[in-house]
Design a protein around this ligand. Structure first.
Ligand SMILES: Nc1nc2c(ncn2[C@@H]2O[C@H](COP(=O)(O)OP(=O)(O)OP(=O)(O)O)[C@@H](O)[C@H]2O)c(=O)[nH]1
Length: 334
């Protein structure tokens, strides 16, 4: 007869060194045939505790983990997993939840399977707590990144938008202008620019006050927005009462017609400053165009600045010629 005592001793030592406890259950009768001792005492239960059935052990499992434990056993019993593995929380006598891992195997595969279900269990609470801390830290980090993205989007809007009118600002105009210049060159298309300045605007401020002046600026901004293609053209406020409208793929004659519409539309628009005060204003507009067949230049920023200067000086000619009118770098089209 073989003496099994040395083997038992070695197994006992190995399990103890690994911090593991051995268990054995009968899945058919539901009985616990070898119950864990160390872990139960770690959790504060004494050896008198009635834990004779698996259901008694399940009663100690966290309600949120129980379905997972049962499913892992069922999968192994069905032969879908080679080993039963599960991580779950057990309740200690004082009510705290402690994480454990269970590894096991059904040793009797002959029908009815599950008579001997043997495994080990060991404490993984420290690891789980660290994982929870890391996942909480990652969640916080992701949240902070989302907030950072939101703030960056706000900053980007502030950096590129005029606060009073919500139109693009001067900086956006230069960025877009250079980009559109490059694109116009690449696609051999014209690019036009209108500079729009409110006439005698100082009088509005002097007569009705600064807030009324702001209202007039906003009314002209609305007119500028109205007719222009929101996803193609760029309408910007580039000075106190000065606007620029960038018109990609638009030749000189079409740009002039749009300027004409804008000039008439602003002059016809009544602007309400108070319940009993309605006023109106006019604008002077300068038009300039980069022709589709012009000479190619690598410095698109400089080329756009030149276009802006041409449109600006045309606008000043419109002022000098009496205001409420259009002047262009190439004169009035036929
Ligand atoms: N209400 C208001 N006024 C502004 C703003 N920015 C600039 N201004 C005023 O706009 C006026 C511009 O006046 P001017 O440059 O002399 O031109 P103007 O009176 O429009 O005359 P012309 O351009 O020659 O027709 C100045 O009085 C500025 O103080 C603003 O954001 N709001």
């Amino acid at each position: 007869m073989i003496d099994s005592e040395p083997y038992r001793e070695r197994l006992h030592l190995a399990l103890e060194a690994a911090g593991m406890d051995l268990w054995e259950n009968d899945l058919i009768s539901g009985e616990v045939t070898h119950r864990v001792s160390r872990i139960l005492s770690d959790l504060g239960y004494d050896s008198q505790e009635s834990l004779a059935y698996m259901d008694d052990l399940f009663a100690l499992v966290h309600p949120g983990d129980l379905a997972r434990v049962r499913a892992a056993i069922a999968e192994h019993l069905d032969g879908r997993t080679r080993q039963y593995r599960c991580e779950f929380r057990r309740r200690s006598r004082d009510g705290a939840w402690v994480w454990y891992a269970n590894y096991g195997k059904i040793m009797t595969l002959a029908e009815p399977a599950g008579r001997r279900f043997i495994g080990v269990t060991f404490n993984i609470d420290d690891r789980k707590r660290r994982e929870e801390e890391i996942s909480a830290a990652n969640y916080k980090l992701a949240e902070q990144n989302r907030e950072l993205d939101r703030m960056n989007a706000i900053l980007q809007t502030l950096a590129t938008t005029d606060a009073l009118t919500g139109l693009a600002n001067r900086r956006s105009l230069f960025e877009m202008g250079e980009k559109e210049c490059r694109r116009a060159q690449r696609q051999t298309q014209p690019l036009s620019l209108l500079i729009v300045d409110i006439d005698h605007f100082k009088c509005v401020n002097d007569t009705w006050g600064h807030p009324a002046g702001d209202r007039v600026i906003c009314a002209v901004a609305d007119r500028c927005r109205k007719r222009f293609r929101s996803d193609i053209d760029l309408v910007a406020r580039i000075g106190g009462e000065e606007f620029a409208i960038l018109l990609p793929a638009t030749g000189y004659t079409d740009a002039w017609r749009l300027a004409q519409w804008l000039c008439e539309s602003v002059a016809e628009q009544p602007i309400s400053l108070a319940s009993d005060i309605v006023t109106s204003c006019s604008v002077s507009i300068g038009v300039a165009t980069l022709a589709a067949d012009r000479e190619i230049t690598p410095d698109c920023a400089a080329r756009f600045s030149q276009l802006l200067a041409e449109a600006d000086s045309a606008m000043y000619r419109a002022k000098a010629a009496g205001r409420n009118q259009i002047q262009g770098a190439e004169g009035a089209p036929p």
